[in-house]
Design a protein around this ligand. Structure first.
Ligand SMILES: Cc1cc2nc3c(=O)[nH]c(=O)nc-3n(C[C@H](O)[C@H](O)[C@H](O)COP(=O)(O)O)c2cc1C
Length: 292
């Protein structure tokens, strides 16, 4: 890795600006086995909740012409199993692990984080107040600045580690919610989660996802993320972690230029499991003056 460039967030210096986005890299274990974590500054885990969740009924992933719709619904083994099995294995990752946390109630967030505090492994937390795929909590939390501030301050009161609050583009104002997260003590905000979307087979009139609507991610969403990162960064003093629409190194440099401290790569990783390494090589190439 080229040491001439560095990116800093949460008071730590990294030789890459790339974070692997929640839900697209598991706990990083499979990618580690393949040697695919080179180039990643950190892995953000799949959402962790208090109890195990099976998630939504299939089909819960549908490809559309220009992107992916998912309605996974926070499937995960629950925080006890994460503590017992996944975090000890994740201690071997070659980069830090940030644990993504979700909850159906406001109190569930600090409850899960209190348990995670027992493990030395997490570098920090990403507080997901923006899942589009659950009936309770999810977007409704992220759309209310009062709730975002309350969750942030509850997390702050139990966490010895930094945390980012992941915001929703689907309801409310991202800027207001970002200010609320900052007021509650968040160390950064993640801008943002997937956009609500739906695909219907017009012949049958049926939605292709069992839950009908899901979260849409696509390279075409990049300009929407750039605008939201730029506006949020202008409003808050804490760092902004960009998430949404990255499919090449130029996209990452553009989001950094918009004011992001770090940039997450999600859906692209499902297409290119070695994306972190590939993108990082291209970032260095571009920064050294090659044309894109
Ligand atoms: C299959 C899938 C599962 C996801 N699961 C989560 C999750 O558990 N928690 C979360 O905060 N975001 C989750 N996301 C959202 C991603 O972390 C990311 O914010 C979003 O996909 C936009 O980035 P991208 O365009 O790079 O994919 C998921 C996305 C996908 C595609």
């Amino acid at each position: 890795m080229n040491k001439a460039y560095s990116w800093t967030f949460w008071n730590r210096e990294f030789d890459s600006p790339i974070l692997l986005a929640s839900g697209t890299a598991g706990f990083g274990l499979e990618l580690m086995e393949q040697g695919y974590l080179d180039g990643a500054a950190a892995v953000i885990s799949k959402a962790t909740t208090r109890r195990p969740r099976e998630g939504n009924q299939p089909p819960r992933i549908v490809e559309t012409r220009f992107g992916l719709l998912n309605s996974i619904g926070l499937a995960n083994p629950g925080v006890d199993e994460v503590l017992e099995t996944l975090l000890p294995q994740a201690a071997d990752l070659p980069c830090p692990l940030i644990v993504n946390v979700a909850g159906e109630t406001v109190e569930e967030f600090p409850a899960v984080i209190e348990k995670l505090e027992q493990s030395p492994v997490p570098f920090g937390y990403e507080v997901n107040v923006s899942c589009p795929n659950v009936a309770a909590g999810g977007i409704t939390f992220g759309a209310s600045p009062e709730t975002v501030e309350r969750i942030s301050s509850l997390v702050k009161s139990v966490s010895s580690r930094p945390f980012s609050v992941k915001l929703t583009p689907n309801e409310g104002s991202i800027t207001d919610s970002a200010l609320a997260a900052e007021a509650g003590g968040a160390d950064s905000v993640t801008v943002c989660n997937t956009f609500l979307g739906m695909k219907i087979d017009w012949r049958t009139g049926e939605a292709l996802l069992k839950r009908k609507v899901g979260g849409y991610s696509s390279p075409a969403l990049l300009p929407l993320t750039v605008a939201r990162v730029f506006n949020t960064r202008s409003a808050v003093g804490i760092p902004v972690l960009a998430s949404g629409g990255v499919s090449c190194a130029g996209d990452i440099l553009e989001l950094l230029a918009a004011g992001a401290a770090m940039v997450q790569v999600g859906t692209w990783l499902m297409r290119r499991p070695n994306a972190a390494c590939e993108l990082m090589k291209d970032i260095i190439r571009l920064l050294e003056g090659d044309s894109d």
